[in-house]
Write a protein that binds this ligand. Sequence first.
Ligand code: FAD
Ligand code: MLT
Ligand code: ZN
Length: 487
Amino acid sequence: MSVFSNKTKQIELTRNRYPDLKKGPYADLTGQDVDYFSNLLPGRVLTDASDLEGSNTDWLGTCRGSSQLLLRPKTTDEVSKILEYCNGRKLAVVPQGGNTGLVGGSVPVFDEIIISTQLMNQIISLDDISGTLECQAGCVLAALDSYVSDSNLTMPLDLGAKGSCHIGGNLSTNAGGVRLLRYGSLHGSVLGLEAVLASGEIIDCKSTLRKDNTGYDLKQLFIGSEGTLGIITAVSILCPQKPKSVSVAFLGCESFETVLSIFKQAKHSLGEILLAFEFMDSASMDTVRDNLNLTSPVSEFPFYVLIETGGSDGKHDEEKLTAFLENQMSSGLISDGTVATESTKIANIWGLRERMAEGLMVDGYNYKYDVSLPLSKFYQLVDDMRDRVGGLATRVVGYGHVGDGNLHLNVTSPQYDEELMSLIEPFIYDWVSKYKGSISAEHGLGFKKRNFIYHSKSKSAVDLMKRMKLLMDPNGILNPYKLLPDN
Ligand code: FAD
Ligand code: MLT
Ligand code: ZN
């Protein structure tokens, strides 16, 4: 999944692309600083430009910083000592997990020190009765899923980047993914966490309890705060039972209205076994076909729906899904589709949907948007964007977690094009705001979207966020130029 290869050299430095943005009141790194960290983390300090290349560049290949130092702590105590030192010296830092974030939040803008959770990958405990998993923040999501799977549990979130993203990164972005429909957001499934403030103070909110109403629920502050309030070092999370049987249906639909009708029926008829309800349009299907050579198991349609079910009784679940699909066929909503119960076939179908981000990158530059919209307006944005950008774009595609009201609208062009960008932004944010959507459903604001926060949040809310930031990170060393708007 790496996109860094030889491309990095051609990626413009963020500070050059945004010449008006100036480095904040932070110190420059000195040899003495490097010596301090080398003593603290022997053999776990990277300073070589080529070693830092991948970590300076985001997954999309659209943001590139110029950090000269990457630190790899193993313990919370080490993170605490790093931050205490950086705070004293006013050295800015960027926390980094799997570096799969899609809004430029995980990489430096200027020369911030990268604090990577790569080596904080220990599982602490698993209670297979309550389903509570405790682990360090740098555990890779897929590795955790495979670990808990041995106890017939599953992680309550699943996303295309699972092979690289870290659970700490997931919490920091409040990642959604394809199973939010069933298991809800991380604000519900995270039971506790440990975080380190900019001062180095360790905040212990490591509860493993399902119910705990003693005072403010501080852990929620860190979930979705994108590394601007503290570094998450450990997590406790509730894992649901792993479904005994999983089935996937992939269906062709004539219109977006049909997609919505099927969704309504699916909720009604599949009820508790519905795991995921995703959609993609024909331009999305063209993307993975043209750019990744994937093949569709169904004939050509304007829209496609992917339904996943999972329950505790394979026979019963399959019967339920079959009855539902027969119903949809006889009412004329579906005319072509396929069902898979075997793992390879299921993975191939999921590949069509989950590898979309990878497929889009092949076009060159990817203008990526992730919005929440009322379902009545959901696809109209894609049509309007297509009309607006016309032939300037290579393609305009719509796909996403329709079951959660979350649209991924993506535009591509061979390289970054200012004229095309000026057609897309701020038009898209104004459009979303007009229909009372959110300009970031699940990816966060990061570097790219911070200045559009007012399209989704009131001034009073942003003002309080700024006051909280000042309280928790008075020198502003934690992930500057991210999430909060420029003054
Ligand atoms: P990073 O990218 O390293 O960091 C993300 C942000 O969190 C940064 O601001 C960083 O500073 C901060 N951060 C990281 N670790 C910590 C920490 N320990 N403490 C404090 N701050 C920290 N996202 C979704 O929501 N749903 C999807 O379905 C989805 N699918 C994706 C599919 C692909 C192919 C890709 C490439 C990305 C996808 N994403 C999705 C986006 C991304 O994977 C998620 O945002 C993920 O949660 C990021 O985790 P990470 O470990 O890679 O974090
Ligand atoms: C997805 O759902 O595929 C991810 O959020 C990535 C993307 O938006 O491309
Ligand atoms: Zn998504």
